[in-house]
Design a protein around this ligand. Structure first.
Ligand code: C5P
Length: 215
């Protein structure tokens, strides 16, 4: 069974999807981490992110391993390093690149082959797994999403203001919604879950109910 969870930045997809997968005994795939890993590696290698060919070369040459709670690039643990605000902002260079998207989509489909999977991102229900048995569009109001992300970044020791986070989120929403390939769209058959006012546990409970209704 494939369960897709798509939605905008800060909707709480990653943690909810991870918890849901644990509860169901399914594998979990955080596809945003793959785009982040490509850009992180390119920066580490001193590559100009606007050089589309060089960036695609990085995506084609690295080995990305995603376990349930860590991200390894060529064996190096980058789990925390790919979560900074700087990488979050720069990830658009990989996400906007059709060739890199094609490569990562291929890896995502291969990872899910023959497995029970919860996968989260922007295009999982619409493009990557159009025949998924259960699709969820997880969202929350702009302010709630920015507040969650702000508290998350502060707790990781980053120095930024709420307004910075809100502004960057608005820019990311705009890019996610308008990119020519792999834009964030709600699949026609997705169940919409708005998480304003819900605790993390309530979100997972609700997701679990939705999956059970699709089994
Ligand atoms: O979900 P996360 O914030 O980690 O995603 C990082 C970036 O990767 C997003 O801003 C989005 O632009 C991009 N992304 C994407 N397609 C996906 C997952 C993430 O374009 N399936």
């Amino acid at each position: 069974m494939i369960v897709t969870i798509d939605g905008p930045a800060g909707a709480g997809k990653s943690s909810a999807a991870r918890q849901l997968a644990k509860r169901l005994g399914f594998h979990f795939l955080d596809t945003g981490a793959m785009y982040r890993a490509v850009v992180y590696t390119a920066i580490e290698r001193g590559i100009d992110l606007t050089d589309a060919d060089a960036l695609e070369q990085v995506a084609a040459s690295i080995d990305i391993q995603l376990t349930d709670d860590s991200v390894l690039v060529d064996g190096q643990d980058v789990t925390r390093a790919i979560r900074t605000q700087a990488i979050t902002t720069a990830t658009r260079y990989a996400a906007d690149h059709p060739g890199i998207r094609a490569r990562l989509v291929e890896l995502q489909r291969a990872a899910a082959e023959g497995q029970d999977f919860v996968t989260e991102g922007r295009d999982q229900g619409s493009i990557v797994f159009p025949n998924a048995e259960c699709k969820v569009f997880l969202t929350a109001s702009e302010r709630v999403r920015a507040e969650r992300r702000y508290h998350d970044l502060i707790s990781r020791g980053e120095d930024l203001t709420f307004d910075d986070v809100l502004e960057k989120q608005q820019q990311r929403d705009e890019r996610d919604a308008t990119r020519p390939v792999g834009a964030l769209i709600q699949a026609d058959d997705a169940v919409v879950l708005v998480t304003d006012g819900m605790s993390a546990e309530e979100v997972v409970d609700r997701l679990h109910d939705i999956v059970m209704q699709h089994r």
